[in-house]
Design a protein. Structure first.
Length: 171
């Protein structure tokens, strides 16, 4: 495989990963906003508390979507570690997402229904960039690519010979 072909393959793989991540994220966003607005309209909870509840529900939904759809082909050997890292990075994302909403609401007084939804969306966008990077880098690690393994195996076969290795002495 040429270097250009390998690069194209990696870019195509990244595009598919981003599309799957986006699909799960889009549905997770609907879950998040649905729960957020339901809690806001059905209870007397403050806006950030309602948002935290909605974010936690969306995190649970997203884990299932990422594990069984987006990253189903990734390493599954350390589920406890995977879930621990997922929750850790999700909590950081929760703080980013709700920190933006908190700042808009309590520092700037932008607490209308439309404003709350806008700043929740803005916070979700920033947190999504962090989550995409952290999940793919630390949580759902890629298994070695088939092409890389095949190339390494063929390289090993080419270098093997029936002759004993030449031993050279230093000095």
């Amino acid at each position: 495989m040429t270097e250009r072909g390998a690069l194209r393959g990696r870019l195509d793989s990244l595009k598919r990963e981003i599309a799957k991540f986006g699909a799960v994220g889009a549905v997770g966003t609907l879950v998040n906003f649905g729960v957020f607005n339901l809690v806001r309209h059905m209870t007397d909870l403050h806006v950030v508390r309602a948002s935290v509840i909605a974010t936690v529900v969306a995190i649970a939904f997203n884990y299932l979507g990422f594990r069984y759809f987006t990253y189903r082909d990734r390493d599954k050997s350390g589920r406890t570690k995977e879930l621990t890292l997922f929750l850790l990075f999700s909590v950081v994302g929760l703080v980013i997402e709700n920190g933006v909403l908190y700042a808009a609401t309590y520092w700037f007084g932008w607490d209308g229904k439309l404003q709350a939804n806008f700043f929740k969306f803005l916070g979700m966008g920033i947190a999504t960039l962090f989550r995409f990077w952290s999940y793919r880098s630390w949580v759902f690690k890629a298994l070695p690519a088939r092409e890389t393994v095949a190339h390494a195996e063929s390289f090993l076969e080419e270098t093997e010979s029936d002759e004993p290795p030449v031993v050279r002495r230093a000095g």
